[in-house]
Design a protein around this ligand. Structure first.
Ligand SMILES: Cc1cc2nc3c(=O)[nH]c(=O)nc-3n(C[C@@H](O)[C@@H](O)[C@H](O)COP(=O)(O)OP(=O)(O)OC[C@H]3O[C@@H](n4cnc5c(N)ncnc54)[C@H](O)[C@@H]3O)c2cc1C
Length: 295
């Protein structure tokens, strides 16, 4: 492990100033569950680690009428213990509850999960389904990017030198909405998604017609994807086996997975459709008030 300096700024301004001065030679540290491993194994060689856990904006969970603002450094356990997030953003609770084990969830942040930008990051499909926006601040000011546009490739994202992901904004779901995230892994826990699917659904008053849907896919392309066509073709349709199967087929048509020891291209493509149907069913059940998120 290389030697590095350590600084823990208490304001966003100071963190941005330090990161800008170092011009790419500093790395932010949130929970450290990826960063420490990457430094230890030499994948990253920062001269300065900038601990962001003392910056108030990055550690706040703020509920407002128009939605949730989730600080980028908030660890998973604070997310799944929050009653409003459990009620309104169940897919995010599902994802945070399966990232590593308890020890990892006590440290790992959703912001860090996004910034590492692994194609199989569990929080990404859930946040895509929930229409999250990333708020990014850097030396040139603040900008907002829809989460599905945050990723640019495996381990890559839109962050420029000196920029920090400050928070994610999630709009309050309409009445009769539900969401779910689920992944396929060969083991019961502590594994990387072979396929991960998040979905959010809003139903009409009849409880049967889908007003809108959003589907996010993970581990089936170089970066997490929004399944746009699959989402849009559900709008106005009755929630039947046929319409869900149609959405599943549309989702299968956009995946470009890798072939490795955990799954072939054919297998991952097939599982994508299976999970899309199952995740939609659970999101619909939640929209009807029939299901609550797992703990
Ligand atoms: C045993 C184990 C099991 C795991 N299981 C899973 C799993 O099941 N599913 C899954 O998705 N992941 C899993 N992970 C990875 C997961 O823990 C991380 O992706 C975690 O969410 C990263 O968050 P962090 O707060 O620890 O980030 P850190 O490790 O502190 O940072 C991650 C990267 O993002 C950068 N960064 C962090 N915050 C910001 C910010 N606000 N702005 C800009 N850059 C930033 C850092 O510089 C670093 O490069 C596992 C990890 C371990 C060690």
């Amino acid at each position: 492990m290389i030697d590095f300096e350590y600084e823990a700024p208490e304001s966003l301004e100071r963190a941005i100033a330090v990161l800008s001065e170092m011009n790419g030679r500093a790395r932010p540290l949130a929970g450290g569950t990826d960063l420490i491993d990457h430094v230890r194994t030499g994948r990253l060689t920062p001269e300065l680690i900038v601990d962001i856990k003392k910056i108030p904006e990055l550690n706040a969970i703020t509920h407002a009428d128009d939605g949730l603002r989730l600080g980028a450094a908030v660890p998973c356990y604070r997310i799944y213990e929050d009653p409003v997030i459990r009620r309104d953003f169940a897919a995010l609770v599902d994802a945070c509850s399966i990232i590593g084990g308890i020890q990892i969830q006590n440290r790992a942040s959703v912001g860090g999960n996004l910034c590492t930008s692994g194609p199989a990051a569990d929080s990404a499909p859930a946040l895509i389904a929930l229409a999250a926006t990333c708020v990014i601040t850097g030396p040139d000011g603040t900008r907002e990017v829809p989460v599905e546009q945050f990723f640019t490739g495996p381990g890559q994202n839109v962050l420029q030198r000196g920029e920090l992901l400050v928070e994610m904004k999630l709009p309050t779901p309409a009445a009769s909405s539900g969401s779910h995230y689920r992944r396929f892994i060969p083991r019961n826990e502590m594994d990387i998604a072979v396929v991960g699917v998040g979905a959010a659904v809003t139903l009409e008053e009849d409880g049967q017609t889908i007003r809108s849907a959003r589907i996010g896919l993970g581990a089936v392309a170089p970066k997490p994807l929004i399944a746009d066509e699959a989402s849009q073709l559900l709008a106005g349709k009755s929630a039947t086996d046929e319409s869900l199967a149609e959405a599943a087929q549309a989702a299968r048509s956009i995946v470009t997975p890798i072939d490795d020891m955990r799954g072939t291209v054919e297998f991952r493509t097939h599982v994508t459709g299976v999970l899309v149907e199952r995740v939609l069913r659970q999101a619909i059940a939640r929209a009807r008030g029939e299901e609550s998120p797992q703990s």
